[in-house]
Unconditional design. Structure first.
Length: 595
């Protein structure tokens, strides 16, 4: 039971039945993150809610669940079924509110219980702070506690008496995440998401939010909308000469050491208020970076990999790198880095420069931040502190994306469908002011302005590193060693270390020799297999670990499918997806196909 403190951070977890007919919580467990003491254990959700209601009379409670999107469904269902009401302002007793993005991302749930002096209970998602499954957290943080196993599909009836095995399993689950969170909180990283933690750490390192505003001022939305068109992700590409073929020969894989942080450390990046210009970039030594809008036709040069994608245009596949633009001119908005690569890889004709924005540039915008967390990472490596090392890795890789946060004026709110007793969600437009921001944190609200140009250039430089390495090992020439690339990795035929790319297992931005393989098959972006040390390592977008157990060298191809209703395949080998049902949510079998 909670004792003397004024506020508590608590890690909690639910265990639930997995079939629709018996869907309910059969086990709840919670521990004090600071002391790692188990402070609650029960066999039903009602006891857990009572535990919160009792203790919020005296204490501020921050409760964490790992994947609140799942456990939160059970809490909301219970609240609705027991007379609680949704209220944006938490104005009355027995009310609650949520922060769920328009994309369905579940950030937090707040509850006001009965009693005027009761404090608001805030329930948060630890998965947003440590974006790893529980099993990987234990390994990444070097914890002595390891995630166990139980019979998940066994139906536990109402009033089920918890077994020793089940209690130990639940305790382990909460303690694993609690230990990792404790390590995060000890570093002062107590924001809602890992990206918010990274942004806060960066701001503090440069002297606070006012210095931050000096570097990255508010950009009018119409300007940001233009700039955002130049924002693209990592470069992912399969060499079409070997696509879908069995490669029965030796190969090797290289990964960049901290690709995005390395570009933040080494490269010239934008800051300050941009200046709009018409036509072609005029050249300006004080504004050396620019984002250019053009119209043109283009055709890929022989031996070069394609690098241009055109999105939101019915003439083109959003995810395809194009060999040519077709018969009509196309409109593109590109950073000067991407524009230079385009001229290198394509023959460009019928070119028209429309307009753009130019930016001041500096090399030291993130230097101190990167150096600080690299030092933390290296020191933690030397002392064997895996937890702190993992935190440093998260902080290094999480900052850049915060600059591309797309401020949304829509959220989703949960409601109870009285016909089915199932909790569903509906979109709601929110007013852009402090008073009615639906519980959104100020730290997230202030990023609405964005400074998207930073993310545009970091990702552009990163693509250039990967694309240059591909060309250095042969590109699409007939004798090329290149097989596949995914953002910060390249996969090559042969075992000779390339002498024309920077290879070092430690240096920031160098290519690290990650693995050797003796067989490979590359089907499409994000879908390939490699045989490493005699075992098949399968990467496939959307394919669960359950389904991977059925994959072989022979059946791994376009058209491979595992159907939800196939009676000849056990449920444990099928892809499971969340399905909202009465009382909460289950993981139901769903079809999976390599398309």
């Amino acid at each position: 039971m909670i004792n003397t403190k004024k506020s508590y951070k608590i890690m909690a977890d639910f265990e639930t039945n997995t079939d629709e007919e018996h869907c309910r919580v059969w086990g709840t467990c919670a521990c004090d993150i600071e002391t790692l003491d188990i402070i609650h254990l029960s066999n039903n959700i009602g006891d857990f809610i009572d535990f919160l209601a009792t203790n919020c009379k005296k204490y501020n409670l921050d409760i964490y669940f790992h994947n609140l999107k799942f456990d939160g469904e059970f809490i909301i269902s219970y609240l609705y079924q027991n007379g609680y009401k949704y209220d944006d302002y938490l104005a009355g007793e027995n009310t609650f509110r949520t922060v769920i993005s328009d994309m369905g991302l579940f950030y937090k749930l707040e509850i006001r219980f009965s009693g005027k002096k009761n404090k608001i209970v805030t329930i948060k998602d630890s998965l947003k702070i440590i974006p790893l499954p529980v099993k990987k957290i234990a390994k990444a943080f070097g914890l002595k506690i390891l995630k166990g196993e139980i019979d998940y599909d066994l139906v536990r009836e109402e009033g089920h008496t918890l077994t020793t095995e089940e209690v130990d399993y639940m305790k382990n689950d909460v303690l694993i995440v609690a230990e990792a969170l404790k390590e995060m909180f000890n570093q002062g990283l107590n924001k809602l998401t890992i990206a918010s933690n990274a942004l806060h750490s960066y701001k503090e390192g440069i002297g606070g939010k006012f210095k931050f505003r000096d570097r990255f001022p508010l950009i009018p939305k119409e300007d940001d909308d233009f700039i955002r068109k130049a924002y693209r992700g990592g470069y992912v590409y399969v060499n079409p000469q070997i696509e879908g073929k069995h490669i029965n020969e030796d190969g090797m894989t290289f990964d960049v050491n901290s690709l995005y942080p390395s570009r933040m450390y080494y490269d010239l990046l934008p800051y300050g208020m941009p200046i709009h210009y018409s036509g072609k970039y005029p050249g300006n030594e004080f504004y050396p970076l620019y984002i250019q809008r053009i119209k043109c036709k283009f055709k890929l040069k022989k031996g070069y990999v394609p690098i241009i994608q055109i999105k939101n245009n019915s003439r083109f596949n959003d995810h395809e790198y194009l060999k040519n633009s077709g018969v009509e001119r196309v409109e593109l908005t590109l950073t000067n880095i991407d524009l230079e690569m385009m001229f290198e890889h394509y023959k460009v004709t019928n070119l028209e420069y429309i307009d753009g924005y130019m930016f001041k540039g500096a090399h030291n915008l993130f230097k101190e931040y990167i150096e600080y967390w690299i030092k933390v990472k290296n020191n933690a490596t030397e002392t064997g502190n895996k937890g702190l090392r993992q935190i440093a890795k998260l902080m290094l890789n999480s900052l850049y994306g915060k600059f591309a946060t797309n401020g949304s004026t829509d959220v989703k709110i949960p409601y109870l469908d009285h016909d089915t007793n199932v909790v569903k969600q509906k979109s709601k437009c929110i007013i852009d002011d402090e008073e009615n921001f639906n519980g959104m944190l100020k730290e997230d609200k202030e990023m609405e302005f964005n400074y998207t140009a930073v993310a545009c250039f970091i990702t552009a430089y990163s693509r250039r590193v990967t694309i240059k390495a591909i060309m250095d090992v042969g590109g699409l020439k007939s004798d090329s060693r290149f097989c596949y690339a995914d953002t910060d990795s390249i996969h090559l035929r042969g075992r000779e270390v390339p002498n024309n790319i920077w290879v070092d297992n430690v240096e920031l931005g160098a290519w690290k020799h990650e693995s050797n393989w003796t067989y490979a098959k590359f089907l499409r972006p994000k879908t390939y297999m490699e045989e490493i040390d005699g075992k098949l390592d399968i990467k496939c977008a959307g394919m669960s670990d359950n389904v991977k157990q059925l994959v072989t060298k022979e059946n791994f191809k376009v058209g491979f499918k595992v159907l939800a209703n196939d009676p000849n395949i056990d449920k444990k080998y099928k892809k499971l997806m969340p399905k909202r049902v009465k009382n909460g949510v289950i993981l139901a079998p769903t079809d999976f196909t390599i398309k």
